[in-house]
Design a protein around this ligand. Structure first.
Ligand code: ADP
Length: 213
């Protein structure tokens, strides 16, 4: 039994499989779009509490002259050091969750689509009512990343850190196949969005909300 009135969808997939593209299509269907990386970049890292924790842990080299966290330096550190990465994630995850709860609670009845690249890796399934995985053939994925300027070798390295896409698809409640045109993806998003919104609406207006005779 769900105690909130939002529809909360977690959208994941591999790098370059089309998460942002699919999220934008959900947004066109009336979903409010949330992006984990964006919240970290624009709200959490600039906050004084997070900045000071990062300064205390990693020193002045990760702080700019104007007092902001240097994301490039921070990324370089945690890319090489799994312990540092775990520390950073432990700092940011509860804050991200609290921030999203606030957003959910302020928008009763609203439908949300949240883009979370490492949703299953970080065990965030229970933040959402449903999970959706966007998948594509690995060759297409590499080609799209290359078109975005990510060198093949780096793309392969980054992919190796993620759960295999097939495993993410098994874990997800719904799968979107992005192996065709953008229109092919849009048809799937529309069908799924309509189905989820319909059952969400039925839940909000269903018998549980009718007073007994
Ligand atoms: P992700 O958010 O999963 O990293 P994106 O949605 O940014 O992936 O897609 C990666 C790149 O591939 C983008 O440049 C996007 O425009 C392109 N792309 C996504 N889906 C398709 C598609 N069906 N056909 C052609 N290009 C696509």
């Amino acid at each position: 039994m769900l105690h909130h009135t939002n529809l909360r969808i977690g959208l994941t997939g591999g790098m370059g499989t089309g998460k942002s593209t699919a999220a934008a299509m959900f947004a066109e269907r009336g979903f409010m779009r949330l992006d984990a990386d964006q919240v970290v970049r624009e709200e959490l890292l600039p906050s004084p509490a997070v900045r000071e924790a990062i300064r205390a842990k990693f020193g002045e080299t990760v702080i700019n002259a104007d007092g902001h966290v240097r994301r490039d330096q921070l990324a370089a550190i945690v890319f090489k050091d799994p312990v540092a990465l775990a520390w950073l994630e432990e700092l940011l995850h509860p804050l991200l969750r609290a921030r999203w709860r606030e957003i959910f609670d302020q928008a009763a009845g609203e439908a949300f689509i949240a883009e979370v690249p490492l949703l299953f890796e970080k065990g965030m399934q229970n933040w959402f009512d449903f999970t959706v995985c966007v998948t594509t053939q690995s060759e297409l994925q590499l080609r799209r990343l290359e078109q975005r300027g990510v060198p093949q070798e780096q793309a392969r390295q980054r992919l190796a850190r993620q759960l295999p896409l097939a495993r993410k698809c098994e874990l997800a409640d719904h799968v979107l196949l992005n192996d065709g045109s953008p229109e092919f993806l849009r048809e799937q998003v529309n069908a799924l969005a309509d189905r989820l919104l319909k059952s969400h609406h039925a839940r909000l207006t269903g018998p549980l909300h009718v007073s007994p005779p």
